[in-house]
Design a protein. Structure first.
Lengths: 316, 316
């Protein structure tokens, strides 16, 4: 099978195989990705994040259905360890998700959350590139929203939704520092539970402070959904596209895309430099002596790193 | 002020200044750290992680008090965006923490969770080295436990506690994939709330599966605390030291320390290589052309990175 040709035609087996090769750090995977690269840059990339228990996976399931109703092909990259996509959670969810398994317009890939040679965010970025080249109109990245790694992952998205739930109370206050900044829209899921309106109000107040001083700024809407009953989903999808339109009008989308590309490039240079440097050093007696000195704390890691770089890169 | 000399004497102003220099990526900071390095490697490094709302900061506060009662000097590195230490949360907590502010045997540093030149885990590692050299017997790293970055941070610890709370129910199931693996002991805080015993039982069942096939394996205890009422804290501290003893007996501690050192070294080489490579390239007409080609998607980032590395490192 010619993986590149087949992936470009949308062959899911070929796409899955390519993503696997990239996850494993197979050099051949990179060669394939180079060939796919000119065909990327067209998809609308959505990020969806929020704490475990917010019902993200049901929400993703419903959003997929709504996007399909609008005749859009949907790729999903799940990097949430508690998501049924990536294999963390409850059997019921897993079964529920099967409904898209037979739809050729939907392709779900889950990322293992540990053990990526080049880091989780690189692996996710590469999976998104493959799905983009395969012709999916929308690519949805699902992640648990807390760590910096997750923030980096949603930084890849053109539009990011943060999922909250009723009864979060003070936790919303606590989220302030990290998550509030990255949301382009907010979804209060399980909105049939008590306390939903309070969370909506809290979010609105805090978001107002964020955007009060800039008239042209996007004002993130706060939407209520009950994903299990399929309520509020079209509004969420409309908000995704409203945000996209705003970003296109203001030129922010092009900016974000360029910034994302540069970030990916810099990370790549770092990874590949390390591969070459350690590849050249490993096995040499000199390098072994250095490691011994490190272990014994006779040499500090900074001096050791400088020495290693002087040998492979030459002085500044 | 001679920062190195003063830090070694335990001068907190000097320590704070050093950590700040390192956070800012100041090259002078690295020079100071090199001088401190031979004095590191003595502290007992504890990790404490768990979801927002689990009461981690109150728990840390009580653990500090208990360690002080045992005449141990305590350093804290808070990398939890929702922690009062790192400035995320509620005023009451912040005030409560002031009690240790006048105790010279306690030193708390909070890490900004974004904007570190060399990444959050490197910055945290360097802060730990400074506190270690300053002579703190125990260094407690507090973090929110979800993302890979956080997992990396607690990987630095010799012993890691995961904080849970009653009513987590299915979320414990969801945590399985990520957090359960990294806990050396588990604390069910707010154990006066309904559902505490259930969470304890759930954890015990899951942990049993983890260690069932290895007789010599450490069996992570599950402890109940009510931090606000100061209940259960001595048992937690005892468990920290029981785990440490077990690790020393089995040789795992030396192994973990060596692994941690290597990881830190590799990250350092990556960062420093990138600094040199981009430092050499930036400003050149050739590099500018490359960036232009990247933006226009005329060149893929892999080929661009290889070209850049060929120029600076030479072929493999």
């Amino acid at each position: 099978m010619n993986y590149v040709e087949e992936a470009l035609k949308g062959n899911q087996l070929a796409g899955a195989r390519l993503i696997r090769l990239l996850e494993e750090g197979d050099p051949q995977g990179i060669e394939y990705l180079k060939a796919l690269y000119p065909h990327t840059g067209r998809a609308f990339i959505l990020g969806l994040t929020g704490p475990p228990g917010a019902g993200k996976s049901t929400l993703v399931d419903r959003i997929i259905t709504e996007l399909r109703r609008r005749d859009l092909k949907v790729g999903v990259v799940a990097v949430d360890p508690s998501s049924p996509f990536s294999g963390g959670a409850i059997l019921g969810d897993r079964v529920r998700m099967q409904r898209h398994a037979t739809d050729p317009g939907v392709f779900v890939r889950s990322m293992a959350t540990r053990g990526h040679l080049g880091g989780l965010s690189r692996a996710t970025g590469e999976a998104v590139l493959v799905l983009d080249a395969m012709g999916y109109d929308v690519i949805l990245i699902e992640t648990v929203g807390v760590g910096q790694d997750e923030v980096e992952i949603v930084d890849m998205a053109h539009t990011t939704a943060v999922v909250c739930l009723p009864g979060m109370g003070d936790d919303i206050q606590a989220m302030k520092a990290g998550i509030l900044e990255i949301g382009d829209l907010f979804i209060v899921n399980k909105a049939d539970r008590p306390g939903a309106d309070e969370v909506v109000k809290q979010l609105q107040v805090m978001l107002e402070m964020r955007t009060a001083h800039d008239e042209d700024a996007w004002r993130p809407p706060v939407l209520k959904t009950v994903a299990v009953r399929n309520e509020g989903i079209p509004d969420v999808v409309d908000a995704f596209y409203a945000h996209r339109d705003h970003q296109e009008r203001t030129g922010i989308l092009a900016e974000r895309k360029a910034k994302r590309q540069m970030h990916f490039f810099r990370e790549l240079v770092k990874e590949m430099a390390a591969e070459r440097i350690f590849g050249a050093a490993e096995g040499s007696a000199e390098y072994d002596r250095m490691l011994e000195g490190l272990r014994a704390r006779q040499i500090d890691p900074y001096t050791a790193a400088e020495t290693l770089l002087d040998q492979t890169l030459g002085g500044r």
